[in-house]
Design a protein around this ligand. Structure first.
Ligand code: NAP
Length: 346
């Protein structure tokens, strides 16, 4: 609720319809009391039984190890699946995945697992959770349960408001690139999988409104393959902020970024994400063939990126057109979201 209020998403008229349970994903049975747990398992008066679960909560932290994240990101999923397996009331279960490179082609779980094994603990925890949900859909879920997995790329604010989360990797990297006046040129021809939060919530509600159960006892996997060429993303920045932004060879980009991090250390946007930056050399895109792209609403996503950039300028996270920031650099720490930097890999 606090986050929703901070982001201006909290609609007072819905308050009466909402029942918020203060649990803790890190605890057994999500830290719920026995009555809440029973309702989640499909018991209680018919109107009180939980009929849909959307599992979105996670510790989105690319620097934490797998053991640190296991309870919040994996055990919570296992507990929710356990509850689902007891429930005759539950009809929809939606898991929001993340942390891995999105593929346009069909996923090969073994290939993804091998790739993720070389990646960070966050990616591993999300991948393992996804596999738990998939196995449940394949073997145990009752036929009336629709089990879905949503795989978004980077998630940003909507084109109308552009409220961006400054803890997100994409914006921290962007701010750093603006400061060093360059981005990794190797990435320029790649596709950036990026969508606004409305696109993701629409996909979630579509999953929950499915009337036909999945045919082949498999999870309904929904990839949100909206995006734009990486070069267009930087173009929006160039036009929106009027800033100098050059494609640099990976070594030059890395050297400039190291220099900037050394100068500002803990105050640098990428300080807590250095390991991830080093792993990817600041790449945000995925190589692609234009024929393979699907469902790309570039006008919407370009408008969303533009609005997010305007918003980030207005709070001093990015400079204003002309170069100056609206407030001192230290105010970056005081903007609305002040959690752990979020690492989400498209
Ligand atoms: N951001 C992206 O670009 C992106 C991309 C792909 C997938 N995803 C996935 O989308 C989902 C949401 O990500 P986000 O970017 O919105 O992250 P976020 O802003 O950090 O939100 C995470 C949510 O999880 C909750 N949470 C964390 N630890 C918890 C705990 N121990 N107990 C209860 N709740 C807890 C947080 O609650 P509080 O607000 O109370 O802390 C928050 O509501 C995640 O599953 C992530 O993997 C994100």
């Amino acid at each position: 609720m606090k986050s929703a209020q901070l982001a201006d998403w909290c609609c007072e008229e819905f308050r009466g319809k909402l029942e918020a349970w203060t649990g803790d994903l890190a605890k057994s049975k999500l830290g719920l009391n026995s009555e809440q747990w029973r309702r989640l398992c499909g018991y209680g008066l018919p109107a009180e039984r939980i009929t849909a679960v959307i599992h979105n909560g996670a510790a989105v932290n690319g620097n934490a190890s797998f053991p640190t994240l296991q309870a919040i990101n994996v055990d919570s999923t296992a507990d929710l699946i356990r509850a689902a397996s007891h429930s005759a009331a539950l009809t929809d279960f939606v898991y929001i995945s993340g942390g891995q490179r999105l593929r346009i082609s069909e996923d090969d779980d073994m290939e993804i697992a091998e790739e993720v094994a070389q990646s960070n603990g966050y990616a591993q925890s999300k991948c393992l959770s996804e596999l738990i949900v998939k196995r449940y859909a394949q073997g145990i879920a009752s036929p009336q349960q629709n089990i879905s997995i949503i795989k978004p790329g980077y998630i940003i604010g909507i084109p109308e408001e552009g409220v961006a989360n400054v803890d997100d990797f994409i914006w921290r990297l962007t701010a750093s690139c603006v400061d060093v006046k360059g981005y990794n040129a190797m990435d320029a021809e790649s596709l950036l999988f990026i969508s606004d939060v409305d696109r993701v919530t629409t996909a979630i509600s579509e999953c929950c409104s499915r009337t036909e159960p999945t045919q082949a006892r498999a999870a309904n996997v929904v990839k949100i393959l909206d995006g734009m060429p990486v070069s267009s993303f930087w173009e929006v920045l160039r036009h929106g902020l009027g800033c100098e932004l050059h494609p640099l060879d990976p070594d030059s980009w890395m050297n400039r970024t190291y220099k900037s991090i050394e100068e500002r250390r803990e105050r640098h946007q990428l300080w807590p994400l250095l390991q991830i930056v080093e792993e990817g050399h600041g790449r945000i895109g995925t190589p692609y063939h234009p024929q393979g792209m699907v469902n790309i609403d570039q006008r919407r996503i370009q408008a969303a990126v533009k609005k997010n950039v305007e918003y980030l300028s207005s709070i001093g996270f990015l400079p204003m057109p002309g170069g100056q920031r609206v407030s001192s650099e230290d105010s970056i720490a005081a903007v609305r979201f002040t959690g752990t930097p979020n690492m989400a890999v498209a």
